[in-house]
Design a protein around this ligand. Sequence first.
Ligand SMILES: [Ca+2]
Length: 178
Amino acid sequence: MMNIRFIFVIFPILFCAAPVPTAVAKDYSWEFNNPDDLEGWKLDGFTDKGDIANGTLKATATRGNPHIFSPGVEIDAANQGSIIFSMKLGKGIRSKGCLLFITEDQPNYSDEAQVIFNLKADGEMHEYEVDMGKNPLWKGKVIQLRFQPFFVQWPLPEEQRTVEIDWFRVPDLNEPKK
Ligand SMILES: [Ca+2]
């Protein structure tokens, strides 16, 4: 009797204590195709938590620098230097966007750990590719992203406050294309 109890207690402990495998690049892909499923993303600076309709995450900003936080990730910076996404912004918005990141070694957001990108402001859906590798702090294991679709002075004309994201991906560049 004692032996059986011992096995039941000790096995889960051994399992939990097993060493975590070393960092392996993981493909990340958020498609925003299921209604009300934000796939772990959290919005700050928008009218609500975000809405998913017609396969697109849609939200309306309440300030000039709204934030969209990714869920926790384990991005291998060496093999995942590129972030791609498909986004639609209000026509005529005069701004740039930026992507901030934190890593295991630098777990606090700062303006040093960001990459700024140009926006396409014709009011249509566009694919963007941001080369994160050009920031020297993009190294080791990246644990979260903070996506800022724009940063502008407030107030912003109402028709320029809406952001739509069709998908957002961080591919493993070493992985052969499917
Ligand atoms: Ca989608």
